[in-house]
Design a protein around this ligand. Structure first.
Ligand code: HEM
Length: 447
């Protein structure tokens, strides 16, 4: 597979034919960490006779995401898993088509525009809290999913889908598990065979489609000027004066909707879990919020005066990065650390692995927001901490997500704190994103 002169990058042999497939299936996160620790910067990972290479050195990761960006596409695995729902949206489109679409969507994510959405973000947090009572127990992961879904729908589409949030949640969980299972299986039943799972997957995609197309067609009838992302997408023009087709507006809207609400909800949910397990950090955060805000919700201009809040968000994204791995496939040979990696190899860089690497973080498994207070981010070599990716395909919604996360935490942490329900198993499940497998059941305490 890969050559360094006559050498391939080191790595385990794994089982005949299966390679590491079982280890990856049984314990994906642990397997990635173990491989990095045992085999170093560039590791061959045989999985079902397919060539995969895990890259664990910051400058090589930078090379993949920035320098050699043009030689790499999103991996086949990524496309198989998210393609059926997201179509040719920004997350997986390639080449000139991707570049044109990115250019078209970029202005919608300009900081000044994103900041305009901050009242909606705060309002959604306040509305969600209105249902909560001290002493009750809730699945905080589900609560955060409903909250960010409402933010996404209102800011993207200028409407509400509150009544659909349970069905959307169920559809997304089913589709992620279904397509990931398919993508990992070499002997796939064709998608058009009427198995139970295939029929349900089709129904769920149709359901999501009906929501998005419904909103688009309503919007076409309503010509009042609007300030949401959908109207920007629908009116955006390419340099030659052409506009996106309806299908393209659907794919981009679905991509922004799915990529935007799911990841942000996870970031919030993991943050509440970590704060609940670390009462000293939680008290320090509450004290910072109390003295800066005295009970009122935060505004954009407050955020620079809340360094500990910022550190908590950084530390949560370090330990539980919602995007825990990035996968690429090289379309031409790439030379990495002296190894020649032939085309069509899947190259992996994992936030989960790098963010917990003891070469760069002291006590890497501990939740220590303080570590970010003295300029650590600037001292870290690029390619170590990349919760939003890097290079030309860096997350377009980074500013949006950071704003939403900070405003929501500031609003909620002033009113409530959460404690994990005794004995509740919190198990990270690495699907497309890093989800808590059974949710996160927490008791709610009023402040
Ligand atoms: C905490 C929240 C978020 C995290 C951790 C996150 C993470 C990421 C990462 C790692 C990538 C790069 C993937 C790769 O290169 O393979 C990415 C891309 C992307 N994200 Fe996010 N994201 C978040 C929130 C958002 C939001 C709020 C939106 C939109 C409203 C969004 C939309 C996108 C899109 C469209 C891309 C593809 C960009 C492109 O390839 O041009 N994300 N995100």
């Amino acid at each position: 597979m890969t050559n360094k002169g006559t050498h391939a990058p080191p790595g385990p042999k794994g089982l005949p034919i299966l390679g590491l497939a079982l280890a990856v299936r049984n314990d994906p996160l642990g397997t990635l960490q173990r491989l990095a620790r045992e085999f170093g910067d560039v590791v061959s990972m045989p999985v079902m006779r397919m060539s995969r290479v895990l890259v664990n050195r910051p400058d090589y990761i930078q090379q993949l995401l920035i320098l050699d960006h043009a030689k790499l596409h999103k991996s086949t695995l990524t496309k198989l898993v998210v393609g059926p729902l997201l179509g040719q949206g920004l997350l997986i489109s390639e080449g000139d088509f991707w570049r044109r679409q990115r250019r078209l969507a970029q202005p919608a994510f300009h900081r000044s525009r994103t900041n305009e959405y901050s009242p909606v973000m705060v309002e959604c947090a306040l509305e969600r809290m209105r249902n909560w009572r001290g002493g009750e127990t809730r699945n905080i992961a589900e609560e955060m999913m409903k909250l960010t879904l409402e933010v996404a729908v209102r800011t993207l589409f200028g409407t509400s889908l509150a009544g659909d949030s349970d069905s959307i949640g169920k559809a997304m969980t089913f589709l992620m598990r279904h397509y990931l299972r398919r993508a990992r299986t070499p002997w796939r039943v064709p998608e058009n065979w009427p198995t139970f799972a295939n029929r349900r997957a089709r129904r769920e995609v149709e359901y999501m489609d009906s929501l998005i197309y419904g909103i688009i067609s309503e919007r076409k009838k309503d010509t009042r000027p609007r300030n949401d992302l959908l109207s920007l997408l629908m009116s955006a023009m390419h340099e030659d004066g052409s506009q996106m087709s309806e299908r393209q507006v659907r794919d981009e809207s679905m991509t922004l909707f799915v990529a935007g609400h799911e990841t942000t909800a996870l970031s919030l949910a993991w943050t509440w879990y970590l704060l609940g397990e670390n009462p000293a950090a939680e008290s320090r955060l509450a004290e910072e919020l109390r003295s800066a805000l005295a009970g009122r919700p935060a505004e954009v201009s407050d955020l620079e005066k809340l360094p500990y809040l910022n550190a908590v968000v950084h530390e949560s994204l370090r330990l539980y990065p919602p995007a825990f791995i990035m996968a690429r496939m090289n379309v031409e040979t790439v030379t990495l650390g002296g190894y020649e990696i032939p085309p069509r190899t899947t190259l992996l860089a994992s936030q989960w692995v790098m963010h917990r690497d003891p070469r760069f973080f002291e006590q890497p498994e501990q939740f220590l927001p303080e570590r970010w207070l003295d300029g650590l981010e600037d001292r870290l070599p690029p390619g170590v901490y990349f919760p939003f990716g890097d290079g030309p395909r860096r997350c377009i919604g980074q500013g949006f997500a950071q704003l939403e996360t900070a405003l929501v935490i500031a609003a909620i942490a002033q009113k409530f704190r959460f404690r994990l329900r005794g004995g509740f198993p919190v198990v990270p499940e690495p699907l497309v994103t890093l989800r808590p497998k059974y949710g996160i059941e927490m008791s709610i305490e009023s402040r």
